[in-house]
Structure formats: C-alpha cells, structure tokens
Design a protein around this ligand. Structure first.
Ligand code: MCN
Length: 780
C-alpha cells in the first residue's frame, strides 16, 4: 500500500513526552484533593487479631479491610476463568481478617498530603498472629501443607487440560521420548510510572470521576461498577498519559476501589499513587511456572506428541486474570510446529506471594522457551541439525488456516522467516566472530529461537471460549469536523506503544489527508467508544486499526459524494490527494476537506446533497473472525565467562513478520523494547522470596532490569504475510520482542559453553545459576 500506511513517520506522541509536557495521573490536581497511602503487612501469612484505627482516625480518614468489605457490594472480580471447577478467592481491596501475601494492604488512610497520610499510617495499630507460609510450588503441593483457604481441600485453585489428537498412540509409537523440566522465576513489568488513581465522588450527581493509569478504561469502569454497585453510566474513567503499561496496568486492582471509597467517605477527591517499593509488592507478578514436558518423536525429527504439566505458581489471592497466562502457555506450547497430539495439564496453586497477573507476552515467552529448548535437545539426541528439526515440523504455508490445539493460525511462512534470519546472521559475520573469539580463548556462541504469536485478540467467541468474561471487539469512530480536520475517537489506550500515530496513519491513509490533519482522542469512557477488551494481547493496531480503516473508508465515500456535489462531478471520477479532492486528471478543479466540512455542518443549503444527512461521522464495530498469527526468528551472539558465570550479549537479530506494517519505525522500536525485556527476563530479573516467605526484592538494586550497557545492538529484518481476514492485513506485534529472547539467549550460552556440555533449564540465567550448571555438567 502506498500512502501513510507503511510510512516511517515519527511518533506524534513523542514531542510532548520528551519535552516534559505529558500529564500523568500524578499530575492531576483537583481542588481540596486528599492523598492516600496504604498500610501494608510485611508478613506473608497471618491472622489480623486486632486493628485499632482510633489514633490515626483523629488526624486522617481511615478504612480497614472490614470497613471496605462492608462498603462494597462485591469482591474483586476474577474475569478470566478457564477451568471448569476453578476455586475463586473472595478478595477485597484490603485484607479483612487474614493476610495472604507480604505487602497486602490492611488499612488505607487519606490526609491532606501523602506525607501526612504516611504519618497517619504509623498511628494504625495492628496485631498479627503469624501463620506458616506456603511460599513455593513444592510447599504448596506438599502432603499436609498448610492451606491458604481453610475451606479448600488443598492449595490447588484450578486444574484444566489442553488436549488434541491421540497422545497415548504418539508416545507408544515414538522412536524417541525426551523428558525435561523447566523453571521460570517470578518477574514483572516495571513501568517507570507506577500505578496511580485519582477518584472524585460527586455527592450531588452520584457520579464517580476516576483518573487511572490503565490499559483498559472500559474494563476498569465495569469492574468499579461491579464492586461499588454503581451503574457504569455513573462512572467516568479517564486515562491521562500512561508511563508504560507492560500488562501491569491491564489488570484491575483494589487501589482503584479504595480511592473511590475514600472520596465517597470524605466528599473530597482522593489521589493514591504507589511508590516503587509498593509497586514491587502490589503490582501483578508474573512468569513463575514449572513446566514438565515429554516430547515424542520419530528418528527423522518429526515431533508426534507432547504431554506434560504447566504448574502456575499464583499468589495469595487471585488477581483479575487469575491463571490466564499459565493456560495460554499450555495452549500455545506447540508454537509454529504441526504437532498432532497434545495433552498439557495446567495446575494452578496459590502461595503466600503477590497475586499473579499480566506481563507483556503473557504465557508465550515460557511456551516458546520450552518448545525451542525441546527442539534443540531433540536435535542433539537424534544427531540432527536443530534448524532441520524446525523445518521438518513447521506448519507449512499450504496448511493454513491451521488448527492448533486451541487457536486457528491464519497464515505464516515460517521457513522463509528462518531463512531470512540465517541470511542476516551470515551477512553479519557472526560465525567468523565466534571463531575469532574462540581462537582468543573466549567462550562465544550463537543461539536461535523461532516463535509464532497469537495477536489481534480476538473474536469474542474465542476470547470467551478461552475463559475471559469479556469481549474481543473494538468500536472506533472517525469524524471529519466542520473545518475539515479528521478526528479518531478510539477506545484503545496509549501507553507508549505509538497507537495514536498508527491510528492517525490509517485514518489519514484512508481519507487521503496528511498526518497532521488527524487527531486521535483516547482515554475517556464518556467520550470514547467501547472496546470490549482494552489494550493488550497485541491487538490495538490490528483490531482497532481495522475498525478505523473501515470507518474511514466509509467516511471517505460520503466526503466524495459531498465534494462531487460541490464540483458538479461524479464521485466515481474524484480522487483525494493531500487533503484536496479533484476530478482525476484535472487538479485545478478541486475542493479541500475544509470546504467539504463546511458543507456538511454549516452552510448546507445547495452544498450538501439533498439525500445526505449533515455531519461527517462513521462508527465501526469490528469483531475479527479470527486471531492473527505473527511470527519471528531471534538470533543472539553471546560471550560467557565460565569463571564468573557472566553472560555478555554482543549482537541481537530478529527477523519478523507482522503482516502489513503500519509504521516501520514503531515496529522496530517495539521489537527493541520487547527484546530488552526478554534480555532482562533471560539474564537478570527475579522477584525473590527469602526464608519464611518474606519478599526480598524491594528496589531496582534488587530487581535488575537491564540498562543501556547490557543491551546489545539490534538488527532487524522484515517480511510481510498479511492477515487476509483483517481489513488492512495487520497483525499485532507489541509483544513479539519479548517472546523469543529467552530461548535464543539460552542456546547462545549453551553454544558458547559447548565444551562443558551445559544444559539450561531455568530462567533467568544468573551467574550463580550458570556456575551451578557448569559445575553440574563438569561432574557428569
Ligand atoms: N504496529 C505497526 N504495524 C503493525 C502492528 C503494530 O506499525 N502491523 C505498531 C503500531 O504503532 C502499534 C504498535 O506497533 O501502536 C503496537 O501494536 P500492537 O501489536 O497492536 O500492540 P498494542 O497496541 O495492542 O499494544 C500492546 C502491547 C502489549 S500487550 C504490551 S504489554 C506493551 C506493548 O504492546 N506494552 C508497552 N508495547 C509497549 N510499548 C511501550 N512503549 N510501553 C508499553 O507499556
């Protein structure tokens, strides 16, 4: 496509963000506003035996868990329920009588300032009776383990199975069966802007105004309505600029409810901004899983069956999305490979840790790590080249649409993408660099991984089938105003990923106007349309973009009809270029969008065709018929110091396909950002719990996100396989960079240490873990 779709334009959002003009939730200042702070229990598991707020109540407004429970009409909603007999936890924004994870809130206060609120917290007297903590998967599953919920028979909150084909036959007939176990540490997204909310309750109208750093304003509004017992029409959620979401801000939390209750209690606006230490304990944690798998294969490398168990290590209560990511790990474990027989059990347990939730990539990075590690291990066992095993098992182009165990993949050219990556690595001379390094006595190696990604989530039917009690459609509105300017009202949220620019490009492309003639408005449930899901699962560009494209295309037809009337021509003879409409081949007979706008809104007489209604506005509700599968191949060049266990990444390459690219600059940036998070997840980041279940990770000194010095140069290569079922052919890619990094880095480390025969089965590959693996390999 020519025009704005595909153009590498700079992001329209950035000037404001880079010059400090952004307005985040913490910048919202309202008259008479109070600030709130939460008292958090440091113990992992305890009964609250006494809580006395009288002293604090003399200087501030205080709510305890019991008071919050009495003030709401429903517990915190769990919207992702993908197991038949799932046990739900009855959770409230504050612990009522029992604390089930370190950092859980037990009281909240509102005072004239945050400092005053923190001072008031010190006056709240709480006594606890500590209970034995269940901090690990093994502790949770142990015979006779203490139970987090007295009315449950054990600590298992859900069991479910993803199954397809005849697994038993596949294993009975296999030439080789390979078994392995993988561990993933707890990790989380760490947006620079921590979570925050301002709530303002109007006692006269009964309306609740909320400013919230969220990826899903409609979702948050409905959850607030459910918990507070308010009709959603009485709630307005606005999202100012969001300083990174990364999934944390997709989920719905108790703090939103606390701010609203405090505002209702005091009759004043209340702001609640979490600090960084709180962010580590109170934001959704993710990734922690143990995955046991067995692969059945033929001697030629054909994988015939997969079976095993995904153990999800959840926290002390269910977050809004419960164990959704663990289910997605199981559902997507076969990745780009045509494996006919699958039986993956999912067992989700509760532990005395922070609740589990969303983090960019959801279950896919773990599914990819397991799948790619098994491909490499299988190749090694069979004496085959790993890429040959990949090629043998790839879903071939002619097999699409392809039914995987849960999702139908729409399209893909996996072997071509692998070739693209290998060619780019060859051109970059990595083999020579490894040979040189090894000649110098340095352990260097190259690793690969191949991934596919379910994006454009997704038909409401599939969203519902996979357990989410929400929908997968988007509503978008495109208008031309009386001055000819284009306005897109979207339900999607901007959180740094450039969605405003992308939607403006699509609308501008369809209507034939330059980018600076388009404004995108988002982040206000009163004025923006409904999106059934919110912004996550790499869906905004594909689902929202398709809706904008369709609405703008329809709007263009009306623009042309009005222009034809003004020009006394036929609409079929008109073309639009750079905001001017003219008879093809006669550019001097033209009208501008401003004249068309004027004719549609203001001076209608004799200008607006008689059979047309005034205004220029089109609304499109789009529920895609399927997800769209993007895909990519990651390659990593690394050096390892076997004495210290330190891994240094020298170079990083991703070959990628996300269908029609809207903005190549943004796509590259998204891949870079995602890859940086993959690197953090593969080498550094770990939320640690010490003896007795206390949480040890409280600052960025403990939680090591990679900085610029740890990030290697990136090279990207692109190809395009459009999603034919989506208008525009867009596929999503906002999570792509984070998926393939773990396995590729592990393979590079193994390759560098090939003389030692090291096997990587856990992430992150921290120096102590790697040294232990080297020691273990040397002992064999
Ligand atoms: N894009 C494109 N062409 C395509 C697809 C995407 O040009 N075919 C560009 C668009 O500019 C779009 C961006 O890539 O705005 C991401 O598009 P998409 O894949 O639709 O992802 P979403 O907008 O749905 O964003 C969500 C995704 C997720 S789930 C997380 S988490 C995430 C992310 O993207 N969090 C981010 N990227 C992030 N980037 C930043 N800077 N900050 C975050 O918090």
């Amino acid at each position: 496509m020519d025009g704005l779709i595909g153009a590498p334009v700079r992001r329209t959002e950035d000037l404001r963000l880079l010059t400090g003009r952004a307005q985040f939730v913490d910048d919202v200042g309202l008259p008479r506003m109070l600030e709130a702070a939460v008292l958090r229990c440091p113990l992992p598991h305890a009964l609250i035996t006494r809580i006395d707020t009288r002293a604090a109540g003399r200087v501030a407004t205080v709510l305890t868990g019991a008071e919050v429970k009495a003030a709401v009409v429903a517990p915190q909603p769990v919207v992702w329920r993908n197991a038949p007999d799932m046990r739900l936890t009855e959770s409230y924004p504050l612990a009522v009588d029992r604390v089930r994870y370190p950092g859980q809130g037990v009281a909240v206060v509102a005072a004239e300032s945050r400092a005053a609120a923190e001072d008031a917290l010190e006056l709240v007297e709480v006594e606890y009776e500590e209970l034995p903590a269940v901090s690990t998967l093994e502790e949770a599953l142990a015979e006779g383990a203490p139970r987090l919920y007295d009315d449950w028979p054990d600590n298992v909150c859900a069991r479910t199975t993803v199954a397809a084909g005849d697994v038993d036959a596949a294993f009975a007939e296999a030439d080789v069966v390979l078994a392995e176990s993988f561990r993933f540490a707890r990790q989380m997204g760490t947006p620079l802007e921590t979570r925050g909310v301002v709530a303002s309750w109007d006692p006269f109208t009964g309306k609740l105004d909320v400013w919230l750093a969220t990826q899903a304003p409609n979702f948050a509004r409905e959850m607030l309505g459910e918990v507070l017992g308010l009709p959603v029409a009485k709630i307005r959620v606005r999202t100012p600029d969001v300083g990174g979401g990364f999934g944390n801000k997709f989920d719905f939390y108790g703090e939103e409810v606390l701010a609203a209750l405090l505002s209702r209690r005091t009759g004043r606006p209340v702001k609640l901004i979490e600090d960084r230490v709180e962010s580590f304990v109170a934001n959704a944690h993710s990734r922690e899983q143990k995955i046991d798998v067995e692969y059945a294969a033929k001697a030629d490398g054909t994988i015939t069956g997969v079976r095993g168990t995904v153990h999800g290590v959840l926290g002390g209560e269910l977050g809004s999305i419960a164990f959704g990511p663990c289910y997605i790990t199981a559902a997507c474990l076969t990745g780009p490979y045509a494996i006919p027989a699958v039986r993956m059990d999912v067992v989700a347990v509760v532990t005395n840790r922070t609740p589990y939730g969303s983090y960019r990539g959801w279950g896919l990075p773990k599914a990819n790590f397991v799948q790619e590690r098994m491909v490499e291990l299988l190749a090694a066992r069979l004496g085959l080249d790993a890429h040959a095993v990949r090629r043998r098992n790839f879903v071939p182009p002619e097999a699409f649409p392809y039914q995987s165990p849960v999702f139908v993949y729409d399209s893909g050219r996996y072997a071509d993408c692998l070739d693209l990556c290998l060619e780019a690595v060859r051109k970059a001379g990595w083999a020579e660099r490894v040979a040189e390094a090894r000649a110098r006595g340095t352990a260097a190696g190259i690793g690969y991984s191949f991934h596919n990604e379910i994006t454009a989530f997704g038909p409401t039917r599939i969203v519902n089938l996979s357990g989410l009690l929400h929908s997968g459609f988007d509503e978008e509105i495109v208008k031309v105003d009386a001055t000819g300017h284009v306005i897109v009202h979207t339900g999607q949220s901007a959180m740094g990923q450039g969605i405003h620019t992308a939607l403006a490009q699509i609308a501008g492309h369809a209507l034939g106007v330059p980018l600076d003639h388009v404004t995108v408005v988002s982040g206000d449930t009163d004025s923006c349309p409904y999106t059934g899901y919110g912004t996550g699962a790499s869906r905004a560009a594909a689902v929202g973009g398709a809706a904008v494209l369709t609405a703008a295309t329809r709007l263009k037809a009306k623009v042309l009809r009005i222009a034809a009337n003004l020009l006394e021509a036929s609409p079929d003879d008109l073309v639009v270029e750079d905001g001017r409409i003219f008879v093809a081949g006669v550019p001097h007979r033209s009208v501008g969008m401003a004249e068309v706008g004027d004719a549609a809104y203001r001076r209608l007489e004799g200008r607006l065709p008689e059979d047309e209604l005034p205004t220029l506005s089109e609304r499109e509700v789009y529920d895609p018929v399927n997800i769209a599968t993007a895909f990519g191949c990651t390659a990593v060049l690394a050096e390892v110091d076997p004495e210290t266990g330190v891994v240094t990444l020298l170079d990083y390459l991703i070959a990628h396909d996300c269908g029609t690219v809207i903005n190549p600059l943004i796509v590259d940036g998204q891949l870079h950002g995602g890859a940086a998070q993959a690197i953090g997840g593969a080498l550094y980041e770990e939320l640690s719990y010490g003896d007795g279940g206390r949480m040890l990770t409280r600052t960025f000194r403990d939680y090591l996100i990679p900085s610029a010095t740890e990030i290697p140069p990136f090279t990207l290569a692109h190809m395009t396989t459009p999603a034919d079922h989506i208008p525009g052919g867009f596929k999503g890619m906002g999570e792509a960079g984070v998926i393939g990094g773990g396995a590729a880095i592990a393979h590079a480390v193994e390759d560098a240490l090939r003389d030692y025969g090291v096997k990587i089965t856990a992430l992150p590959i921290t120096p102590p873990r790697l040294l232990a693996a080297i020691k273990q390999a040397s002992a064999r």
